[in-house]
Design a protein around this ligand. Structure first.
Ligand code: NAD
Length: 291
């Protein structure tokens, strides 16, 4: 069992920290939303007043933050993880950020005497709450092996996909598929409703056939009912489609469907849905059709 400093207790980080406490780890948390620290304490973890206190005696430091500016500030900043954690600690960054930031953090870590893994996740809020996340890991084989007890507490599938940054590239591919699936499910709902067919029943059938997916399994009822509380915010998916677009440009490849999906997500943000769940792509498709 490990001493863990956990920074970023949001929609994903909060339930993940709870699983680590229940698995027997000593978890000290720091985050900007105080109620998440109350919850961590109630579950048997400890609260810290700043990053330094969260990581002071950590063997493992976990970050689950919105985007690369937060990760770079929390990890590399003057009052950050590398300035205050014991040398040799393993940093597992579960955040979704651009691959070059993961590389920069890993290189800075190596110079400062820390081991680093990029380990973005898929599975959404439900996956975090149930402890069944899919984890795509970039870094060295030995650090991947050392992190197994952590992955076991929060995930169901974890795979070492390559060197530093490779986890983020796989996550970008994941977000391409997830965004595209939501866009098509939204169009399917609208098509059925426009022709007077019960979309709930229709999606029940789709979920059992070749069109079935985890998205249909978890989200079809809330989409048909127009319930869009996050979940995974459109703002965050917009960030992720930017990572996809940058990666495609760097690789000199065209992703035409991805570009279209990225535009629909951008439209959702422009229409004021940034803090809704990404299933609110349905509202974007409805607006396009004047419905
Ligand atoms: P969130 O906004 O709910 O949580 C982020 C947390 O980081 C908040 O608790 C905030 O207080 C904390 N934070 C921000 N800046 C901080 C700082 N400087 N110091 C300390 N704490 C700070 O976001 P989330 O939905 O939990 O997503 C976190 C990451 O996981 C993102 O990169 C997201 O893309 C990714 N992700 C989210 C989901 C999902 O379904 N929500 C699924 C897979 C991956």
């Amino acid at each position: 069992m490990s001493k863990i400093g956990f920074i970023g207790l949001g929609i994903m980080g909060s339930p993940m920290a709870g699983h680590l406490v229940r698995a027997g780890h000593e978890v000290t948390g720091f985050t900007l939303n105080a109620e998440a620290l109350d919850k961590l304490e109630a579950e048997g973890g400890r609260r810290a007043g700043d990053i330094a206190a969260a990581v002071a005696d950590a063997e493992i430091v976990i970050t689950m933050l919105p985007n690369h500016p937060q990760v770079e500030e929390v990890v590399l900043g003057a009052e950050g993880v590398f300035a205050h954690a014991p040398k040799g600690a393993l940093l597992i960054d579960f955040s979704t950020i651009r691959p070059e930031s993961s590389l920069a953090v890993a290189e800075a870590g190596a110079q400062a005497g820390f081991r680093v893994l990029d380990a973005p996740v898929s599975g959404g809020q439900a996956g975090a709450e149930q402890g069944v996340l899919s984890i795509m890991v970039g870094g060295t084989e030995s650090d991947f092996a050392a992190a197994a007890p952590i992955f076991e507490a929060v995930g169901k599938t974890w795979i070492h996909v390559g060197e530093h940054g490779a986890g983020q590239i796989v996550k970008a591919a994941n977000q391409l598929v997830v965004g595209g699936t939501y866009a098509l499910v939204a169009e399917a709902i609208l098509l059925m409703e426009a022709l007077g067919v019960d979309a709930g029943k229709g999606l029940d059938v789709l979920a059992g056939g070749l069109a079935g997916s985890r998205i249909l399994e978890l989200k079809r009822a809330s989409m048909v009912a127009r319930e869009f509380a996050p979940g995974f915010r459109i703002d965050l998916h917009h960030k992720d489609m930017g990572i996809v677009a940058d990666a495609a440009r760097q690789a000199d490849i065209a992703l035409p469907t991805g570009a279209l999906v990225g535009s629909l997500i951008a439209a959702g943000r422009a229409q004021g849905y940034g803090s809704l769940d990404h299933s609110a792509l349905l509202k974007v498709v409805e607006n396009l059709n004047g419905r």
